[in-house]
Design a protein around this ligand. Structure first.
Ligand code: AMP
Length: 421
């Protein structure tokens, strides 16, 4: 508590310290995600943790919940308004435009694994600092690109042990004959049915009527069941685009459910919108989502540059996925050394093992055999390499298989071969 000198500090509300062994799982999952995205040609990108506030105001849109209510915005010493990034797409598009990546072959395909910041009410699976892995394909409006992006996210989640259900919708493009026409119709319908909505939702629909579909209030949820849905009102070209996206998903056997009420929270989405949901997460069951953002580049002062991407919540993936092989500490051998001479030999041995790529650690506490064996156990190592006085004079170590408990003497020169994977 920062305001109480008697007590120690704790991390700010809604943030997490990532500690071992959980941090191993976190690192392995991030790596797995980036490797899986790389297989489809998505190159890593890293943008600053904070941006000029306008990037989000203009990119994501001031009507959205994220920009309107959740941003960590501050003035720096030079009087500039900066914001900790609440999402990854607007910064990636800003960087792409700034560095002219769109002058090369399109689409530009980028992937990120980054911390995001939103001042939300913390609960299970909802934090103020959280991690997202995501991809963006920028510069093509081809429906196969939509299917590729959706499939890449779906496959990673499935391989990671999360059984995702894919929800899919088309929310049309920003044009009078398409989404804008529908919004007028929806607004009128909401006005006519305002009495049956929850009070809070009644005040909100004038600015962003679509968001009424996201309400969790029972009265509103019930009313919205009979609201006109966008899917039935999109223009011909959006309808054809959506059909083509679905055909390509069918071609690669990605199952999906059409959800005509899926509208997503950020203002920049156009056409394809999707979400991956998982069981066992309670109210916060969305593990990720994304969609097309064909107007985003122009909102940021760039040329027309259609794009699509997704962001997956790493914190929720870790809550939803079972522990699996490869998540553990990579230490393969833990050297237990009894006495100062043995400790020097142990240091030479772990250094030799590390230099040929075998994870190795040793005791630094000078405890007795029992205490050091506890350390070996905690390290997660498969083998304990034990060196006492007898072993030292014989030039060998006792290697113990930590799973089976079997022990055997091995000459120093052969330790690497005995503990190698
Ligand atoms: P969004 O950018 O809001 O579409 O979020 C994409 C994904 O990020 C969600 O499906 C969640 O898995 C995750 N996410 C969003 N907000 C939070 C949060 N406050 N805490 C943890 N995860 C979040």
């Amino acid at each position: 508590m920062a305001d109480d000198n008697e007590r120690s500090f704790s991390a700010p509300r809604g943030t997490n310290d990532l500690l071992p062994p959980e941090s191993w799982r976190w690192q392995a999952t991030t790596r797995r995600a980036m490797d899986s995205f790389a297989l489809a040609g998505y190159a890593p990108v890293e943008t600053p943790l904070f941006e000029h506030t306008e990037v989000f105001e203009r990119g994501v849109g001031e009507g959205s919940e994220v920009v309107g209510k959740q941003m960590y915005t501050f003035e720096d010493r030079g009087g500039r308004s900066l914001t900790l990034r609440p999402e990854g797409t607007a910064p990636v598009v800003r960087a792409l435009l700034e560095h002219g990546l769109d002058r090369g072959p399109l689409p530009v395909k980028l992937a990120y694994a980054s911390a995001m910041f939103r001042q939300e009410r913390p609960q299970k699976g909802r934090f103020r600092q959280f991690f997202q892995v995501g991809i963006e394909a920028i510069g093509s409006d081809g429906p196969i690109v939509d299917a590729e992006v959706i499939e890449v996210g779906w496959r990673f989640l499935r391989d990671a042990g999360v059984e995702p259900r894919l929800l899919l919708n088309s929310i049309g493009h920003l044009d009078g004959s398409c989404r804008l026409g529908y919004l007028d119709r929806l607004r009128k319908w909401l006005e006519e049915n305002a009495e049956t909505l929850d009070e809070e939702d009644r005040d909100r629909f004038a600015t962003n009527p679509l968001r009424t579909f996201d309400s969790k209030e029972p009265a509103t949820v019930e009313t919205m069941r009979s609201a006109p849905v966008i899917t039935e009102h999109v223009c011909d070209s959006c309808r054809k685009h959506f059909e083509a996206v679905r055909a390509s998903l069918d071609d690669v056997s990605v199952p999906y459910d059409i959800d005509p009420t899926l509208v997503r929270g950020l203002d920049y989405y156009t056409r394809t919108a999707f979400e991956y949901v998982a069981d066992g997460l309670g109210a916060q069951n969305a593990v990720g989502g994304g969609g097309r953002y064909d107007g985003l580049s122009e909102s940021l002062g760039g040329p027309p540059l259609p794009g699509i991407g997704f962001a997956l919540g790493l914190d929720r993936i870790l809550l939803a996925r079972p522990a699996s092989e490869g998540d553990d500490a990579p230490v393969q051998a833990f050297v237990v050394a009894l006495g100062a001479e043995a400790a020097r030999a142990a240091f030479r041995i772990v250094t030799d093992l590390r230099s040929i790529g075998i994870g190795a650690d040793m005791d630094h506490s000078g405890r007795g055999m029992k205490g050091q064996m506890k350390g070996a156990d905690r390290s997660g190592a498969r083998y304990a390499v034990i060196i006492g006085d007898d072993e030292l004079s014989a030039g060998e170590a006792t290697i113990r298989d930590m799973t089976s408990g079997e022990q055997r003497p091995v000459p120093f020169a052969e330790i690497a071969r005995s503990v190698g994977r």
